[in-house]
Design a protein around this ligand. Sequence first.
Ligand SMILES: *Cc1c(COP(=O)(O)O)cnc(C)c1O
Length: 370
Amino acid sequence: MHVRPSALRENLARIASSVGPEARLVPMVKADAYGLGVEAAVDVLEAAGVWGLGVATVEEGVALRASGVTRPVIVFSPAPASSLADAVAADLTLTASMAQAFEDLAEAAAGAGGGVDVHVEVDTGMGRAGFDWRAPEAWSDAAREAAGRGVRWTGCFTHLHSADGDADSVHTQWGRFQEALSGMERAAGVGEGDFLVHALNSAGALRCPEYAADAVRPGIFLYGGGVGADLPAPTPVAAVRARVVHVKEARPGDTLGYGATHRAKGPERWATVAIGYGDGLPRILGNRGHALVRGRKVRIIGRISMDVTVVDISDVPAAEPGDVVTFIGADGEEEITVDDVAELAGTISYEILTGFTPRLPRIWSDRDGP
Ligand SMILES: *Cc1c(COP(=O)(O)O)cnc(C)c1O
């Protein structure tokens, strides 16, 4: 995988200019920065001056600290009680989603003999985590009680469910969030110093920047995934390429791959490429997806194997072993985006990017090359 730091910077700048200078940037770098390689991504994001970083798990946050990150790191998924001590020791900001979380956090803070920063999640329609927006007293009471025990309430957020396609849903969720915020009685300590209100993911930041509040949490757009047909497309960031390692002159009737699902109709040229589902190339692209060879679009034929994929180069007579084959990215005038692949695979860009495995090297460079 070839990743362009300049493209990541460009996409971050577009989010920043959409939401304006008041909103702090908290890029999400969970799941190895959406599969692109978290250490290199963090170098670029830190150099661009982001305020903090968002992850999903305590382990991801601890790894950031181990690699030298000192700015705020927010763990967004509800953390199991068993990992809270590690989180407190690493000075991670946690999120609270249920009253029990405040109990657990207070205990972890006491165990560490210090304090812990917490952002309260308000469920405004996502349903998978957070306090119900209709019952702000449930969390403000819990937060106030825990505040005396080392749990510093330093933020409040909600998460949007349909910002990629539907502005109305964003307005509705924002309205609920505001209702919850004004309905709560702020716990002791809230409003003193830094208190961050935040709601927007990538799609929200581009579609409804008026709700940027104190901070925004972009993810997929930074990494080159589109966030809605009616919104601007990101600059592509990651390209996936591999080399031809074998060429076969197939005779009519020759069969290809497991299940022999492709059979040469006439004389055909087949190129075997050194990438398979073991690298994260979706197996469902067999007999369905495309690749680029010498600037031409070619078909993926037969089933994708764990280690190799075969493309039909009958129309690219000059193709030979050693040629670079592009599965995501540009070659000459042609381009295959991660969203093209996701659509063919019946999924989303997020799953395609995070599906690439450690066997596929991540090469961060602004120079061209495979
Ligand atoms: C992953 C995540 C985001 C980023 O969403 P994108 O759609 O990738 O921009 C924002 N907020 C939270 C809480 C998340 O988990």
